[in-house]
Design a protein around this ligand. Sequence first.
Ligand code: CA
Ligand code: CA
Length: 289
Amino acid sequence: MEKISNLLGSVYWKVKRSRKLNIISFAILSLISLSFLINCLSLAQSAEIEIFLDFGKEPTVDGYIDRTVDEWDDANKHKIFLYQNLSAPENGLEIDLWIVQHEFFLYIAVSFELVEHQSNEFVGILTAESESLDPLDYEDAKIVQFLNITEGNFEYRDYFINESKFFADSEVHGAGASHLEMDSGRVVYEFQLAIESSDGGDEDTRIEAGIYSPFMIIFGESQNYDEEIVLMNVVSLFVQFYAYNPIISIEEIIFITLASVIFSLIGSFYGYYIFQIIKLKEKIKKIRS
Ligand SMILES: [Ca+2]
Ligand SMILES: [Ca+2]
């Protein structure tokens, strides 16, 4: 009887211990799952996209996408969303973002459809050395600002940001243009930015090749950039080094080859002529002596 009681006791404690272990395992698994979920959420909230750029044909910065010449066919094409708050991104505006490098320039096209466009709509590209989710932390701003969108009046503007305020550059660098297709409600913004250029001094960001750099795309409907940037998102672009590689035509190759042969022949002839003069001088010396 005592043996049976001991056995039952041992079984009871084993079951109790295994329950404890199960509870601990469950708690650990829950914690791991929760931390994974938090990680996923924070990744989703950063809304950042990394794009490795490539070279292609040079687009014309005029606000029109010319499909007859496949203007943007070489571009890296993405669909991204612009959000009101990048820390809590929701209900974004979907945009087409096309980017291509040509020689020492970066070309960016932003296009999207809206049912209603405001007269003072703008799109800007902000750059800085370090990334931030706040547009006022950036250093340089290239903006295409509509003055009257239905009449197609716009200005390309170059700004710098200092202590969370926008200031117009003393000299404008880069280029930008835009056009609204009234029937479809689709607007196209095109930009050209110089790579590895220090022309803008402290009023521009020098866009470095060979590294990822943050580019913030901003959208608004007024001319007050300090307070009324409505939508935004950040993309991280890997800009490529441009190596100048001159193309030599067949005619130029033939000309260079012929010139080399002719100059070699003339050189050999003069060498032989000088050699003969030296020999002749030695003969004369011998005869005189
Ligand atoms: Ca164009
Ligand atoms: Ca600037």
